[in-house]
Design a protein. Structure first.
Lengths: 113, 110
Protein backbone atom coordinates (compact mmCIF):
# COMPACT_ATOMS: atom_id res chain seq x y z
CA UNK A 1 0.00 0.00 0.00
CA UNK A 2 1.29 3.44 -0.95
CA UNK A 3 2.20 5.68 1.99
CA UNK A 4 3.07 9.37 2.05
CA UNK A 5 4.29 11.24 5.15
CA UNK A 6 4.87 14.97 5.23
CA UNK A 7 6.88 16.93 7.78
CA UNK A 8 6.69 19.20 9.57
CA UNK A 9 2.92 19.46 10.06
CA UNK A 10 3.21 23.23 10.42
CA UNK A 11 5.91 25.78 9.71
CA UNK A 12 6.10 29.42 10.74
CA UNK A 13 8.55 31.56 8.80
CA UNK A 14 9.55 35.17 8.77
CA UNK A 15 9.40 36.82 5.39
CA UNK A 16 12.69 36.07 3.62
CA UNK A 17 13.52 33.07 5.83
CA UNK A 18 14.13 30.12 3.48
CA UNK A 19 13.12 26.61 4.52
CA UNK A 20 12.30 23.14 3.21
CA UNK A 21 9.30 20.82 3.46
CA UNK A 22 9.77 17.06 3.41
CA UNK A 23 7.67 14.36 1.78
CA UNK A 24 8.68 10.75 2.46
CA UNK A 25 7.01 8.05 0.41
CA UNK A 26 6.71 4.30 0.10
CA UNK A 27 5.38 3.06 -3.21
CA UNK A 28 5.94 -0.01 -5.33
CA UNK A 29 7.12 1.69 -8.49
CA UNK A 30 6.79 5.47 -8.52
CA UNK A 31 4.93 6.80 -11.55
CA UNK A 32 4.93 10.38 -10.37
CA UNK A 33 5.22 12.57 -7.27
CA UNK A 34 3.04 15.64 -7.13
CA UNK A 35 3.13 18.86 -5.15
CA UNK A 36 -0.03 20.91 -4.68
CA UNK A 37 -0.74 24.18 -2.92
CA UNK A 38 -4.05 24.59 -1.06
CA UNK A 39 -5.40 27.89 0.18
CA UNK A 40 -8.09 27.96 2.90
CA UNK A 41 -11.51 27.11 1.49
CA UNK A 42 -10.10 26.23 -1.92
CA UNK A 43 -9.25 23.11 -3.85
CA UNK A 44 -5.63 21.98 -4.32
CA UNK A 45 -3.74 23.85 -7.03
CA UNK A 46 -1.12 21.99 -9.05
CA UNK A 47 2.52 23.00 -8.61
CA UNK A 48 4.86 20.26 -9.88
CA UNK A 49 5.13 16.67 -11.04
CA UNK A 50 8.43 14.81 -10.58
CA UNK A 51 9.02 11.46 -12.22
CA UNK A 52 12.53 10.21 -11.41
CA UNK A 53 15.23 10.54 -8.76
CA UNK A 54 17.45 13.53 -9.35
CA UNK A 55 14.76 15.53 -11.08
CA UNK A 56 14.22 19.15 -10.01
CA UNK A 57 11.56 21.69 -10.94
CA UNK A 58 11.24 25.38 -10.08
CA UNK A 59 8.47 27.94 -10.04
CA UNK A 60 9.12 31.41 -8.68
CA UNK A 61 10.32 30.93 -5.05
CA UNK A 62 9.55 27.20 -5.01
CA UNK A 63 11.86 24.35 -5.99
CA UNK A 64 10.95 20.69 -5.78
CA UNK A 65 13.51 17.87 -5.73
CA UNK A 66 13.15 14.09 -5.74
CA UNK A 67 15.19 11.16 -4.41
CA UNK A 68 14.28 7.48 -4.31
CA UNK A 69 12.67 7.83 -0.89
CA UNK A 70 11.63 11.45 -0.46
CA UNK A 71 10.93 14.80 -2.03
CA UNK A 72 11.68 18.27 -0.78
CA UNK A 73 9.89 21.51 -1.50
CA UNK A 74 12.31 24.36 -0.92
CA UNK A 75 10.86 27.82 -0.35
CA UNK A 76 13.44 30.53 -1.00
CA UNK A 77 12.97 34.00 0.52
CA UNK A 78 9.25 33.41 1.12
CA UNK A 79 6.65 36.15 1.05
CA UNK A 80 3.36 36.30 2.99
CA UNK A 81 1.50 35.23 -0.16
CA UNK A 82 3.33 31.88 0.02
CA UNK A 83 1.29 31.07 3.13
CA UNK A 84 -0.76 27.96 2.34
CA UNK A 85 -0.94 24.24 2.95
CA UNK A 86 1.40 22.27 0.70
CA UNK A 87 0.30 18.77 -0.21
CA UNK A 88 2.44 15.95 -1.56
CA UNK A 89 0.98 12.96 -3.41
CA UNK A 90 2.22 9.86 -5.22
CA UNK A 91 0.58 8.26 -8.22
CA UNK A 92 -0.51 4.62 -8.22
CA UNK A 93 1.97 2.42 -10.08
CA UNK A 94 -0.63 0.27 -11.80
CA UNK A 95 -2.36 1.77 -14.82
CA UNK A 96 -5.58 -0.08 -14.03
CA UNK A 97 -5.84 1.81 -10.72
CA UNK A 98 -6.98 4.91 -12.58
CA UNK A 99 -3.94 7.13 -12.03
CA UNK A 100 -5.24 7.81 -8.54
CA UNK A 101 -3.19 9.88 -6.10
CA UNK A 102 -2.32 9.03 -2.50
CA UNK A 103 -1.85 12.18 -0.44
CA UNK A 104 0.19 13.03 2.61
CA UNK A 105 -1.27 15.03 5.49
CA UNK A 106 0.15 18.34 4.26
CA UNK A 107 2.39 21.04 5.73
CA UNK A 108 0.73 24.30 6.79
CA UNK A 109 3.08 27.19 6.06
CA UNK A 110 2.60 30.64 7.56
CA UNK A 111 4.90 33.42 6.42
CA UNK A 112 4.86 36.51 8.62
CA UNK A 113 5.82 39.93 7.26
CA UNK B 1 -12.20 27.81 -18.67
CA UNK B 2 -14.57 26.24 -16.15
CA UNK B 3 -12.40 23.19 -15.33
CA UNK B 4 -14.00 21.15 -12.54
CA UNK B 5 -17.26 22.52 -11.12
CA UNK B 6 -18.79 21.28 -7.87
CA UNK B 7 -22.21 22.07 -6.46
CA UNK B 8 -23.32 22.92 -3.86
CA UNK B 9 -20.50 24.76 -2.08
CA UNK B 10 -22.05 24.30 1.36
CA UNK B 11 -24.72 22.01 2.76
CA UNK B 12 -26.08 21.05 6.15
CA UNK B 13 -27.80 17.66 6.40
CA UNK B 14 -29.65 16.02 9.22
CA UNK B 15 -28.67 12.51 10.28
CA UNK B 16 -30.36 9.98 8.00
CA UNK B 17 -30.97 12.38 5.12
CA UNK B 18 -29.61 11.74 1.64
CA UNK B 19 -28.07 14.03 -0.95
CA UNK B 20 -26.09 14.10 -4.16
CA UNK B 21 -22.94 16.13 -4.62
CA UNK B 22 -22.58 17.19 -8.23
CA UNK B 23 -19.33 17.31 -10.18
CA UNK B 24 -18.81 18.27 -13.80
CA UNK B 25 -15.66 18.77 -15.88
CA UNK B 26 -15.27 20.25 -19.34
CA UNK B 27 -11.76 19.01 -20.15
CA UNK B 28 -12.84 15.67 -21.65
CA UNK B 29 -10.82 13.74 -19.04
CA UNK B 30 -11.54 10.04 -18.68
CA UNK B 31 -10.31 9.86 -15.09
CA UNK B 32 -12.39 11.40 -12.31
CA UNK B 33 -12.19 11.13 -8.51
CA UNK B 34 -13.94 11.97 -5.29
CA UNK B 35 -11.85 12.78 -2.22
CA UNK B 36 -12.77 13.86 1.28
CA UNK B 37 -10.62 16.07 3.47
CA UNK B 38 -11.07 16.20 7.22
CA UNK B 39 -9.71 19.18 9.22
CA UNK B 40 -5.90 19.32 9.21
CA UNK B 41 -5.65 16.15 7.15
CA UNK B 42 -4.74 15.19 3.63
CA UNK B 43 -7.20 13.91 1.04
CA UNK B 44 -8.61 10.41 1.15
CA UNK B 45 -9.99 8.75 -1.98
CA UNK B 46 -13.65 7.73 -1.84
CA UNK B 47 -14.37 6.53 -5.40
CA UNK B 48 -12.84 6.93 -8.80
CA UNK B 49 -13.77 6.36 -12.43
CA UNK B 50 -11.62 5.57 -15.46
CA UNK B 51 -14.37 6.37 -17.95
CA UNK B 52 -18.10 6.48 -18.56
CA UNK B 53 -19.76 3.42 -17.04
CA UNK B 54 -16.68 2.36 -15.05
CA UNK B 55 -16.27 3.13 -11.35
CA UNK B 56 -14.32 1.60 -8.48
CA UNK B 57 -13.90 1.99 -4.74
CA UNK B 58 -11.13 4.00 -3.18
CA UNK B 59 -9.81 4.01 0.36
CA UNK B 60 -12.99 5.12 2.20
CA UNK B 61 -16.09 4.15 0.14
CA UNK B 62 -18.50 3.10 2.89
CA UNK B 63 -21.66 5.23 3.00
CA UNK B 64 -21.20 6.58 -0.53
CA UNK B 65 -22.17 5.65 -4.06
CA UNK B 66 -21.23 7.00 -7.47
CA UNK B 67 -22.28 6.75 -11.07
CA UNK B 68 -20.64 7.82 -14.32
CA UNK B 69 -23.12 7.94 -17.18
CA UNK B 70 -21.18 10.55 -19.18
CA UNK B 71 -17.56 11.65 -19.48
CA UNK B 72 -18.43 15.06 -18.02
CA UNK B 73 -20.38 14.18 -14.86
CA UNK B 74 -19.45 12.19 -11.77
CA UNK B 75 -22.02 12.63 -8.97
CA UNK B 76 -21.44 11.35 -5.43
CA UNK B 77 -24.45 10.06 -3.53
CA UNK B 78 -24.68 10.01 0.27
CA UNK B 79 -27.34 7.69 1.63
CA UNK B 80 -28.38 7.90 5.31
CA UNK B 81 -26.00 10.69 6.26
CA UNK B 82 -23.99 10.23 9.46
CA UNK B 83 -21.94 12.73 11.53
CA UNK B 84 -18.78 10.90 10.43
CA UNK B 85 -19.47 12.16 6.90
CA UNK B 86 -18.97 15.77 7.98
CA UNK B 87 -16.07 16.83 5.80
CA UNK B 88 -15.01 18.80 2.77
CA UNK B 89 -15.47 16.89 -0.48
CA UNK B 90 -13.34 17.47 -3.54
CA UNK B 91 -13.95 16.23 -7.03
CA UNK B 92 -11.05 15.98 -9.47
CA UNK B 93 -10.35 14.99 -13.03
CA UNK B 94 -7.01 14.12 -14.54
CA UNK B 95 -4.84 13.18 -17.43
CA UNK B 96 -1.56 11.33 -16.75
CA UNK B 97 0.74 13.70 -14.88
CA UNK B 98 -1.76 16.23 -13.59
CA UNK B 99 -5.04 16.34 -11.67
CA UNK B 100 -7.43 19.30 -11.53
CA UNK B 101 -9.59 19.89 -8.48
CA UNK B 102 -12.88 21.60 -7.92
CA UNK B 103 -13.43 24.18 -5.19
CA UNK B 104 -14.98 21.69 -2.81
CA UNK B 105 -18.30 21.08 -1.04
CA UNK B 106 -18.34 21.66 2.72
CA UNK B 107 -20.84 19.23 4.22
CA UNK B 108 -22.00 19.23 7.83
CA UNK B 109 -24.18 16.42 9.19
CA UNK B 110 -26.04 17.29 12.40
Amino acid sequence: EDQVTQSPEALRLQEGESSSLNCSYTVSGLRGLFWYRQDPGKGPEFLFTLYSAGEEKEKERLKATLTKKESFLHITAPKPEDSATYLCAVQAPIKAAGNKLTFGGGTRVLVKP
Amino acid sequence: NAGVTQTPKFRILKIGQSMTLQCAQDMNHNYMYWYRQDPGMGLKLIYYSVGAGITDKGEVPNGYNVSRSTTEDFPLRLELAAPSQTSVYFCASSYPGRAFFGQGTRLTVV
